[in-house]
Design a protein around this ligand. Structure first.
Ligand code: COA
Length: 158
């Protein structure tokens, strides 16, 4: 059983994340999408809200589960018996931060390998902050996020 985890803030999940998850689910037997804590972020949505949005958006993938944790990502990977960590690379600008995190995670646990997947190029410029800003300004974001996220954002910014 080749299991991987895909950690992130997912505030909220976008179609770019889902593109990465789909690719991972085709390559590995099991994918756990994990809401992790990035200490430098103050999320708009609670963990429970983000879990619900992820679960609803991913309900059609039969080898994808969703969870959350507060701690080291490599420890969580080990606890759930994952062999690797999935991260998305959208553009060169992602590379330095991701490279640093991947090497630090490897230093912390050399058994856990980071695998980078590239989402479709139409999602290159997408990120969750941009989505939150656009939603607040009432722009049409329906092509960038799942329906459940669209609904949750319209409730937050009504
Ligand atoms: N499509 C669209 N957007 C994407 C994307 C994709 N495929 N991939 C990344 N993004 C965006 C995210 O929406 C997010 O946007 P935002 O900053 O505007 O909110 C940004 O890119 C990066 O976010 P994310 O992938 O959620 O990573 P992160 O940097 O917020 O979180 C953690 C990184 C949570 C994985 C990291 O902090 C961590 O591992 N924390 C646990 C503690 C730990 O182990 N620390 C040691 C690490 S070495």
């Amino acid at each position: 059983m080749r299991k991987v985890i895909y950690p992130g803030t997912f505030d909220p999940v976008t179609n770019g994340h889902i593109d990465v998850i789909k690719r991972a689910s085709e390559l590995f037997d099991s994918v756990i999408v994990t809401i992790a804590v990035n200490a430098s972020k103050a999320p708009l949505f609670t963990i429970e809200e983000r879990l619900n949005m992820l679960k609803e958006s991913l309900k059609d993938f039969n080898n994808v589960e969703v969870d959350s944790f507060d701690g080291l990502v490599v420890e969580h990977a080990k606890n759930v018996k994952a062999i690797g960590i999935i991260r998305g690379l959208r553009a060169i600008s992602d590379f330095e931060y991701e490279f640093q995190m991947a090497l630090m995670n490897r230093k912390l646990d050399s058994d856990i390998t980071t695998v980078f997947l590239m989402p479709h190029e139409k999602y290159t410029y997408l990120n969750s902050s941009l989505i939150r800003n656009l939603a607040e300004l009432k722009a049409d974001i329906s092509e960038f996020v799942p329906k459940t996220v669209l609904l949750a954002l319209s409730k937050k910014f009504k």
